[in-house]
Design a protein around this ligand. Structure first.
Ligand SMILES: Nc1ncnc2c1ncn2[C@@H]1O[C@H](COP(=O)(O)OP(=O)(O)OP(=O)(O)O)[C@@H](O)[C@H]1O
Ligand SMILES: [Mg+2]
Length: 363
């Protein structure tokens, strides 16, 4: 049986058996609903269910382990059709700077609760580069909960040249909701409707000048929300995209995304800087925003540094919209190497050393 590969993001969980060159077979929300239980421990009927949502993964990191266990149970036994008593091997993706305790808890959960036969974990940045056929380069991963800017040389993350920001698509959704609230005071807009509007309409202006011009126009379009309310959207859709290039819009004192990338990489030798920046990969759902890639390229071409970022084109044989699940695809590629070559954590390793074995075997 092929190993299972799981990329549990803050909003979307991607999972599937390790068949590279394919999109993951399971793409589901990570968020769960907590059901009320009656006194006998049975779930109350649906009409009684408490509408409380739980996010097992927050800003890329597992925060609620009970919810994570339930989610993985569903993913592995229902989604990927694992059989109880005949569990397979599993590879997990991890964001930059995953705390050691989180890695240990994950490996413990998988061996002790799920009885997996082998485990491996690898950083999302390294995997996203594998997906485009590189072992060195930079990744700019803008997901739902975080932005990871990473420099990778020969398959190893260069931590001094990498940065993590606790900002992501969820903050852009809040920004859009806030802006639309100001321009449509009579509309009652929930966060999930705002997120759908963001995914459909948010975009990036060509450059700062075009954005400033956009701010002065008063063109708007009407859209009907699922509950029938009508909302007018105009320049707000550009403000959301602009926030990635001008973080002050979000109230942050940080440089725009291209400047951040160049500054992160500036800490390594100029020879390495060239190899890194000239192999830049955009990934994460937020980078699929209309106009993001061309704005990124425009800013890169205007960049004052001697070495400018250049984007890598995904190979043609890769699935469409690779940026949405490039970490998963890279995980599927790596799984085809680490498990057959026995580089993974085996059950015997785990039993002998305990959860800390993960730091020795997965790096
Ligand atoms: N077309 C789009 N325009 C803008 N945002 C989008 C678009 N498509 C998806 N997104 C956003 O991308 C985010 C999801 O991306 P992704 O699946 O990479 O995140 P994740 O892996 O769940 O989170 P993280 O890696 O931060 O833990 C959401 O915030 C979603 O709203
Ligand atoms: Mg992600």
């Amino acid at each position: 049986m092929e190993a299972a590969v799981v990329d549990a993001g803050s909003k979307i969980l991607k999972a599937g058996l390790a068949i590279p060159d394919q999109a993951p077979s399971l793409i589901i929300p990570t968020q769960m609903k907590r059901m009320l239980e009656d006194q006998d421990g049975f779930s109350a009927d649906n009409s009684m269910s408490e509408d409380v949502t739980v996010d097992p993964v927050v800003r890329g990191c597992v925060k609620d382990w009970d919810a994570m266990e339930d989610l993985l149970h569903h993913v592995l036994y229902t989604g990927l059709e694992w059989e109880v008593g005949n569990e397979g091997q599993i590879l997990f993706t991890e964001p930059l700077c995953t705390p050691k305790a989180v890695r240990e808890q994950l490996v413990q959960l998988l061996f002790e609760t799920f009885n997996v036969s082998g485990f491996y974990a690898s950083e999302q940045a390294v995997l996203s580069l594998y997906a485009v056929g590189r072992i060195s380069g930079c990744t700019v991963d803008i997901g739902h909960g975080k932005i990871d800017i990473a420099a990778v040389l020969e398959g190893a993350v260069q931590h001094i040249a990498s940065r993590r920001f606790e900002v992501g698509g969820s903050d852009l959704t809040k920004l859009l909701a806030q802006e639309l609230g100001k321009s449509n005071p009579m509309v009652n807009l929930g966060i999930s409707d705002a997120e759908k509007l963001k995914e459909q309409f948010a975009c990036c202006a060509e450059d700062e000048v075009a954005y400033d011009k956009m701010l002065r126009t008063s063109e708007t379009e009407e859209h009907t929300l699922p509950d029938g309310q009508v909302i007018r959207i105009g320049r707000e859709k550009y403000t959301v995209g602009e926030a990635l290039f001008q973080p002050s819009i979000l109230g942050l004192e940080a440089h725009g995304i291209v400047e951040q990338l160049v500054r992160s990489v500036a800490t390594v030798s100029s020879e390495n800087q060239k190899q890194l920046l000239e192999n830049t990969v955009l990934c994460g759902g937020t980078t699929s925003m209309t106009g993001f890639e061309s704005r990124f390229q425009k800013e890169a071409s205007l960049c004052s540094s001697a070495i400018r970022p250049c984007l890598v084109k995904p190979p043609e044989y890769m699935p469409e919209n690779l940026e949405l699940y490039s970490a998963w695809v890279g995980g599927a590629i790596l799984a085809k190497v680490v498990f057959p070559q026995n580089q993974h954590v085996t059950k015997a390793d785990y039993d002998e050393t305990g959860p800390s074995i993960v730091h020795r075997k997965c790096f």
